[in-house]
Design a protein. Structure first.
Lengths: 259, 75
């Protein structure tokens, strides 16, 4: 076997992986190791592979991902805090041929926007809702969110979340799966390469269901917040596997009956 | 026997040194550099490029999309 030099391998015909062109070259403002960047990249890949760049309208939330329009080269509309599903409903009804998705964090989707989330899913609007669940309000300094785990410390629950005074964490994916309007509800993660590949498959399914007008697709992504949790990215991924996954188990919660 | 050889190209200026790729690499090819980039992060680099198998796991988990992977089948 002859010795192979790096310059022989680095040729366009040997390309194994390159980020999608839809993901712009702007440096993301996200903290090192944040799951948002990974989800943006996978979303960009799916939009490129499905050839939807000119037919997609994204709705960005209020939260860390509020500046999503800087990183994805598609049409994006900003919504008021929590109102992304309401705006997505309007966009989809006015432009039914577009692929419409919302991208929301847990403070946006599960706290201030609970009513919009539940009613949009109940009406079965043909949109995709991407829900990034990191159990904390990341942008504003790590306050307790509705999805914060029991006993988890945050800047507004410094002794840990206490059920007697603060209630229990809310499982949004399980709640919307009970509604008749939802077609596909799943929970994924982006901490491992296998998880990212599964998420990509889930997104592709959601695109297909939206094309077939099957109802609301809801993809929850259990993510990390290294800054909010006060850990390194690698520690936060490990912590997430040990603590978040037992409460938020990964996998499909609702799939269409004929698939 | 055919063998797959890989190579990674990392945009070190955009790398934030989160170390997720280093942990994910099945062959321990990647490591964080002792030096820092323009933003002050210890960027990721291919410390042992000859062990790379081009599986692209590092690029798939990279939150900032800075890794490009090439692979070649060597007879």
């Amino acid at each position: 076997m002859t010795e192979v030099k790096a310059k022989d391998i680095v040729k366009p015909e040997n390309l194994a992986y390159k980020k999608s062109k839809i993901l712009t070259d702007n440096v993301m403002h996200y903290c090192p190791g944040c799951g948002h960047g990974t989800v943006h990249r996978v979303l960009a890949e799916v939009i490129e592979e499905e050839d939807l760049q000119s037919k997609t309208v994204g709705i960005s939330p209020v939260g860390c991902s509020v500046l999503m329009y800087n990183y994805l080269d598609i049409d994006i509309q900003e919504a008021a805090h929590g109102r992304a599903p309401a705006l997505a409903t309007a966009v989809k009804r006015l432009l039914p041929d577009r692929f419409v998705f919302t991208y929301q964090g847990d403070g946006d989707l599960a706290a201030i926007g609970t009513a919009e989330t539940i009613h949009t899913c109940n009406r079965g609007e043909n949109i995709l809702m991407i829900f990034i669940n990191n159990g904390i309000y990341g942008m504003t300094g790590g306050q307790m969110a509705p999805t914060t785990l029991i006993g988890m410390k945050s800047s507004t629950s410094p002794y840990g979340r206490d059920v007697a005074t603060m209630g229990s964490p809310i499982k949004m994916a399980d709640i919307v799966a009970l509604l008749p309007g939802t077609c596909y509800v799943t929970r994924q993660s982006v901490n491992t390469a296998a998880g990212v590949r599964k998420l990509k498959k889930a997104l592709k399914k959601a695109v297909e269901y939206q094309r077939d007008k099957r109802g609301t697709c809801f993809i929850e992504i259990v993510s990390n917040c290294p800054s909010g949790w006060k850990m390194t990215p690698v520690e936060s991924n490990k912590w997430m596997e040990e603590n978040m996954f037992p409460f938020y188990p990964l996998g499909d919660i609702k799939v269409p009956k004929d698939s | 026997m055919a063998k797959i050889k890989g190579a990674v190209i990392i945009d070190t200026e955009r790398c934030k040194g989160c170390e997720v790729c280093v942990v994910t690499c099945p062959t321990q090819t990647l490591a964080l550099a002792v030096e820092v980039n323009g933003k002050g992060y210890h960027y990721s680099y291919a410390a042992f490029p000859e062990t790379c198998i081009g599986c692209a796991n590092c690029a798939v988990v990279c939150p900032d999309g800075v890794i490009t992977v090439y692979k070649l089948k060597v007879e």
